[in-house]
Design a protein around this ligand. Structure first.
Ligand code: GLU
Length: 472
């Protein structure tokens, strides 16, 4: 949904970098090197339809930065995919990974198709052909470039990708690590599907826990009681809404491309999702008010606005009308650079995409590590830990004469499962990154958390170049 004809996500990301660089002492040629996309692969390939007709499809894979390898980033299927968008999204992956300290360069891929217009068989053929084009040019591989799901793709496409890659690389022991976000049966990891939404939730929870920041916004601390409007009820929007609701927030509005829903009393996220899947939209839902022009919901009164769809949604045109106190960027690039300037003046706290949706790539990293080590997390130590804690509990019982309930015993003495460890790693990553970003913001006396995030990311990326002696 581009509102400006001349909108460029890549230019916007570069402007954010320039803004951060103003607060640093980096060699301008190094900033230039960091900003460019290192490799851009655009290609066309044919799709043969069942009726004998052919279509030519446009595909991309952009590797933004090779300062760390492999490069990492999702694959998007959307009719809006274009070179500028893929470049911008690839660049965001570089800064995102650097900010949360995940050792990857950034990349992104895409195919310019509306996936809803193709059947499963066609989508499989498109995905396998796209993968073989990447293989031909060495734009995929566990040590080179590792895709993942993004808008319009899911674990299903990732299963086709890994299967195609393995067919071409039968002797590669690390082949499973060529893509993440795979189904569990195909060596995925427990928790990857909900990881981005869970990360968004953890990020919001951290932001609203800082009393002095909430005082400035005129909000109380904590999630409980906060009103939330979400744009996009896909994988990320749905899980974010679900976790926020479970923590006591009230989801009062949800916007989708084919209409929105508003209910001051709160919308049950799981119920509305089930309704949406069945009825292909919110129209006719028994509770709340159907909003024909869903974009209007972005400007409704709420505490937290969660854009979880596409880039370029809050722009110079609607930023002035935004009433939310916090904008939580679950999507990539939903707030333009121009809009951010307006929102900062209005004292809105923006939790930037490069931080807030980093939970996806964080858990992707865990999946990749699992694939390279060929053992699931917790497999070796789970039972050992269980026995150790059982012995400890028993000796406490013997010494005190008191006994623990079965529930207490289970909570303390259960060894960590793969999922427990994934959530623990995700939480550690998101919590640490939030506070280092917020501290940087205060240290530099700037308003924008995004600028602080870019400063931290640039510091890390610059060091990798400087330690090689390439730049002063
Ligand atoms: N597509 C997701 C993102 O934009 C995940 C990328 C990944 O896991 O590599 O962050």
């Amino acid at each position: 949904m581009s509102t400006h004809d001349n909108y460029s996500l890549f230019d916007d990301v570069c402007k954010f970098v320039d803004e951060a660089a103003k607060h640093m002492d980096l060699d301008p040629s190094l900033v230039e090197q960091i900003k460019f996309c290192n490799s851009i692969y655009k290609f066309y390939f044919p799709l043969k339809n069942g009726d004998g007709t052919y279509e030519t499809l446009e595909g991309y894979r952009v590797q933004h930065s090779h300062h760390k390898l492999p490069v990492k980033g999702g694959i998007r299927y959307s009719s809006l995919v274009n070179e500028d968008e893929v470049k911008g999204l690839a660049a965001l992956m570089t800064y995102k990974c650097a900010l949360v300290n995940i050792p990857y360069g950034g990349a992104k891929g895409g195919i310019k198709i509306d996936p809803t217009k193709y059947n499963v068989d066609q989508l499989e053929r498109i995905t396998r052909r796209y993968t073989s084009e990447l293989i031909k040019k060495k734009f995929i591989g566990p040590a080179l470039d590792v895709p993942a799901p993004d808008y319009g793709t899911s674990s299903r496409e990732m299963a086709w990708i890994v299967d195609t890659y393995e067919a071409f690389n039968p002797d590669s022991i690390n082949a499973k690590g060529c893509v993440t976000g795979k189904p569990l049966s195909q060596h995925g990891i427990d928790g990857r599907t909900e990881a981005t939404g869970m990360g968004v939730f953890i990020g919001i929870r951290e932001a609203v826990s800082v009393k002095e920041d909430m005082d400035e916004l005129g909000l109380t601390t904590g999630i409980s009681g906060k009103s939330v409007i979400i744009q996009g009820l896909g994988n990320v929007g749905f899980h974010t809404g679900k976790y926020l609701q479970e923590a006591g927030a009230k989801v009062i509005g949800i916007a989708e491309w084919n209409g929105g829903i508003y209910d001051e009393d709160g919308i049950d996220v799981e119920t509305i999702k089930a309704y949406q899947i069945k009825n292909k939209g919110f129209k006719g839902y028994s509770k709340g008010k159907f909003i024909e022009n869903a974009g209007d919901l972005l400007t409704y009164q709420c505490d937290i606005l969660v854009p979880a769809a596409l880039e370029n949604q809050i722009t110079g045109q609607n930023a002035e009308m935004i009433k939310a106190k916090i904008i939580a960027e679950a999507a990539n690039g939903p707030v333009t650079q121009e809009a951010e300037q307006i929102l900062l003046k209005k004292n809105v706290l923006i939790l930037p995409d490069m931080y807030l949706n980093a939970g996806g790539v964080t858990v992707s990293y865990f999946e990749w590590l699992k694939n390279l080590s060929r053992v699931s997390f917790g497999k070796l130590e789970k039972r050992y830990d269980m026995k150790k804690y059982e012995t400890l509990l028993e000796s406490i019982e013997n010494t005190t004469g008191d006994s623990f309930s079965d529930d207490q015993k289970h909570a303390i003495a259960k060894g960590a499962s793969e999922r427990d460890l994934v959530i623990s790693g995700l939480e550690e990553t998101m919590v640490t990154a939030y506070h280092s970003m917020n501290e940087k913001r205060k240290e530099k006396k700037i308003k924008s958390l995004r600028t602080a995030g870019f400063i931290l990311a640039l510091e890390r990326i610059a060091v990798s170049y400087m330690d090689l002696g390439i730049f002063p």
